[in-house]
Design a protein around this ligand. Structure first.
Ligand code: SF4
Length: 167
């Protein structure tokens, strides 16, 4: 049974998209690196919001954009599109949750540079409870001997693991 897995914001994001992908990523199975969508994701996060280039590192969590506003620490997460807004919100809440566990209260901003859209995020008790459940579920998925059953979803066509699942 795999033991050296780590829960990350990315796994939380994928939990809401595809649990099979959580299994691959949680086990450090690398996707095909030349996939155009991986490259696009990299470019958008590297080229957008270059002025705000600070980082917070907590264990295996790296929180990209952070600044102070009206006395509050603001952290950010950049996404290609708002199509998977729920996943993105919970991922950012996960970072707020980890910060809170480390004694740091913060708020979040979800950034969609291509859509010039920004959403403010705050951690609530309900989301904290959801995150506790989700992190337990992610642990269960990663420690499964085999990946969750293959099921085609709209995200498959843009997924870096497409070759592993469907070719
Ligand atoms: S190709 Fe589809 S089923 Fe396979 S990991 Fe990606 S999203 Fe999940």
């Amino acid at each position: 049974m795999i033991k050296d897995y780590k829960i990350s914001g990315t796994l939380v994001w994928y939990y809401y998209i595809c649990t099979r992908e959580v299994w691959f990523m949680g086990r450090y199975i690398e996707p095909y690196q030349e996939n155009i969508y991986i490259e696009l994701g990299r470019l958008i996060s590297e080229e957008s919001y270059k002025r705000e280039d600070k980082e917070i590192r907590l264990g295996n969590i790296v929180i990209d954009i952070s600044r102070m506003k009206d006395g509050n620490l603001i952290i950010g997460e950049v996404k290609k599109s708002s199509k998977f807004e729920k996943s993105a919100k919970i991922q950012l809440c996960y970072y707020l949750y980890i910060l809170k566990q480390n004694g740091i209260l913060a708020k979040g901003e979800l950034l969609f540079p291509k859509e010039k859209k920004k959403i403010y995020i705050e951690l609530t008790d309900d989301i904290e409870r959801e995150l506790e459940l989700v992190t337990e579920k992610i642990k269960e998925i990663i420690t499964m001997e085999k990946p969750p059953q293959l099921k085609r979803i709209p995200f498959c066509s843009k997924c870096a693991y497409m070759e592993m699942c469907w070719v």
